[in-house]
Design a binder for this molecule. Structure first.
Ligand code: C5P
Length: 234
């Protein structure tokens, strides 16, 4: 499986998103659709973007009882997305149910990755609010381990956590990493950032990049730069 750059299409509505994607006339990038756009536009936006030839990571971070997650995943799998996700905190049995729901009658399914701890959660908040009395690093690696046991393909994590995850779960276990910025770019609200090149060196399989591309003066040039720095080609 090749490395790829996933553009976070954090747009409020269909028009802004499609106007943005219209600029990509040659290579159709892998895109991430999150809660904002999905809740605003519904499954139709997924079908529309898919029909334009893009791969889609549907980032809805499911977390519920196993039965509900299984049924919801069956619906998402029917949208022909390429990747979707759950919270590992839903436990291994919830993740196993997610895999069952995602698996189509012909045995195929989208990739499934788990959110370990959100990068917005600090170790202090995890310990005080969630009463998890361990280090963040241990929790992320352990959640990656339960995800792997449930049959998932990988996790969403910080590039800084990739090494620990790969050590626990093996190099084939995928890491999808946000928090990427160009060395000469704006940090926005991200705190712990790496460049595309550093994310590659740290072993990330997919980087998720939003504003450095969506808010760039020339988004296609920014995407091409990102691909060049991360995978060395386009
Ligand atoms: O614009 P930016 O590059 O910061 O976008 C990063 C994307 O990755 C956003 O869609 C954000 O919600 C998502 N994300 C993140 N950190 C996480 C999980 C997801 O930034 N831990």
């Amino acid at each position: 499986m090749g490395k790829d750059v996933i553009i976070a299409c954090d747009f409020a509505d269909k028009k802004s998103c499609l106007d943005f994607l219209d600029q990509f006339t040659e290579k159709k990038p892998f895109v991430k659709i999150g809660m904002e756009l999905f809740y605003a536009e519904g499954p139709a936006i997924v079908k529309e973007i898919k029909n334009r030839g893009h791969k889609i990571f549907l980032d809805l971070k499911l977390h519920d009882i196993p039965n509900t997650v299984e049924s919801a995943m069956a619906v998402l799998s029917g949208l022909q997305v390429d990747m979707c996700n759950v919270h590992a905190a839903g436990t291994q049995s919830m993740m196993e149910a997610a895999i069952r729901g995602l698996t189509r009658t012909d045995g195929t399914r989208p990739l499934l990755v788990a959110v370990t701890q959100l990068t917005s959660t600090s170790e202090e908040r995890m310990q005080k609010d969630l009463l998890i009395d361990k280090s963040l690093e241990e929790v992320v690696s352990h959640y990656a381990f339960t995800s792997k046991n449930a049959g998932l393909d990988g996790v969403v994590c910080s590039p800084l956590e990739v090494e620990g995850v790969k050590k626990t779960c093996g190099t084939e276990f995928l890491t999808v990493t946000p928090g990427v910025r160009f060395s000469d770019g704006n940090m926005d609200d991200q705190v712990r950032v790496t460049t595309p090149q550093m994310a590659n060196q740290m072993g990330s399989d997919y980087i998720v990049v939003g504003r450095p591309i969506t808010k760039a003066e020339n988004p296609v040039a920014a995407y091409t730069r990102c691909m060049n720095e991360f995978v060395g080609e386009i």
